[in-house]
Design a protein around this ligand. Structure first.
Ligand code: ADP
Ligand code: MG
Length: 375
């Protein structure tokens, strides 16, 4: 069955006095919110504040009790719900890939349901896998269980993009990933966002993620919208103490000078360690088994640098030793000041550095983790 293309481009999404109750409690209480075409709007707020309910009302997975939702001026209750959902990409934390279908079949499912022929579907699937940094030749025939968490999350994104929807709804898509991988996927996602220029509504409860990705941020609390605006507006003109608390960036940096790297580093997890004698093929295999996408390479207890899964997958010769392709990392001592370490990392655009006590690795310093710990 072929569904109608409902909108080529999103001009606006308007939520007008939208409410949803469960029993006697409001999950969403008289919400008014305008989303502009082409923006990435972040919904930010504590757990249970109504973010998911709001998002799901936009694609009619949940229907409001009262109020109106318009997309490009059309009342969505007048549209066919299946067509509506096929025109909207939806990405969640545990993306629910079908385990008995290959990656290619998972990504190509909706195009197939839409009656696309084999050739066109395969071409689209290959394009999308490539787009999310999963080389199609390697991944198209694999099964979900053979992929790491981060790779599965990429497949989820590719699947949501299959019909080239003008609107993407994303519910904490990176929430289940470890901090290093999360940061990496955020960076890639920023590139994707630039390239596709579509409207995105993105839920997170991570303030750093909100600030990094959002054009505007809508803060929800207790079923209500508290404030919506660009990050700087929330910082400089918070409407109440709750918003001020959430975005209090000053407090984040206040103690930085007196803190040492060791106070805020993440202890080194041995799953990230790789031996320099490994070749790319072995490293990829090991990283997959350990569900990591980054490796820190040592040669006889001497730090060589780091390797990232996406770079390794792109390499031409999988028998190259990883020590040849490892990228140098900044190294700090446990007693170094966090403030200067972070500013050095920021200058060179690195999000992760090693913490070594002489020759002994102690931990990693991940810039976002540091900020999160200070909030
Ligand atoms: P968030 O995504 O911000 O964590 P939700 O939108 O999931 O919040 O939930 C908002 C409120 O509505 C919560 O108090 C939650 O317990 C309640 N709620 C959500 N879905 C249901 C449901 N199907 N039945 C009963 N209560 C629900
Ligand atoms: Mg939620």
């Amino acid at each position: 069955m072929r569904t109608q293309r409902l909108f080529e481009r999103i001009e606006s999404i308007e939520l007008q006095a939208v409410s949803k109750k469960y029993g006697s409690r409001f999950a969403v209480d008289s919400l008014d919110l305008n989303i502009e075409g082409g923006e990435l709007l972040v919904l930010l707020g504590p757990s249970g504040s109504g973010k998911t309910t709001t998002l799901r009302m936009i694609n009619r997975m949940i229907e409001p009790d009262t109020g109106t939702i318009l997309i490009n001026g059309q009342n969505i209750m007048k549209l066919d719900p299946v067509s509506l959902r096929r025109n909207i990409g939806y990405v969640i934390q545990n993306i629910g890939l079908f385990p008995h279908m290959t990656i290619g079949e998972n990504v190509g499912l909706v195009p197939k349901l839409e009656g696309w022929d084999e050739i066109r579907t395969t071409e689209r699937v290959r394009y999308l896998l490539d787009f999310v940094s999963l080389p199609p030749d390697r991944f198209i025939k694999r099964y979900p269980r053979q992929l790491s968490g981060g790779q599965q999350q990429r497949v989820g994104l590719a699947r949501a993009l299959a019909m080239n929807p003008p609107l993407l709804l994303m519910d904490e898509p990176f929430g289940a990933l470890d901090p290093i991988l999360r940061k990496q996927l955020q960076e890639e996602f920023l590139d994707i966002k630039k390239e596709i220029g579509r409207t995105i509504v993105f839920i997170t409860h991570d303030i750093e993620e909100a600030f990094r990705l959002g054009d505007r941020i809508a803060i929800m609390d207790n079923a209500k919208l508290v404030q919506v605006g660009p990050p700087e507006e929330l910082i400089f003109e918070p409407v109440n103490d709750l918003v001020a608390d959430i975005v209090d960036t000053e407090r984040k940096f206040k103690h930085m000078d007196i803190l040492n790297v060791k106070d805020l580093m993440t202890p080194l997890d041995t799953k990230y360690l790789l031996d320099a004698s490994m070749d790319i093929c072995g490293a990829v295999q090991t990283m997959k088994e350990r569900d990591t996408e980054i490796g820190i390479v040592f040669e006889n207890n001497v730090l060589v640098g780091k390797v990232e899964m996406i770079d390794l997958l792109k390499s031409e010769d999988e028998y190259t030793l990883i020590k040849k392709v490892a990228k140098p990392m900044k190294v700090f001592a446990p007693q170094d000041s966090v403030a200067s370490a972070l500013s050095e990392m920021k200058k060179s655009g690195e999000y992760m550095a090693m913490v070594m006590n002489g020759d002994a690795p102690r931990g990693v310093l991940v810039s976002d983790e540091v900020l999160l710990k200070l909030i």
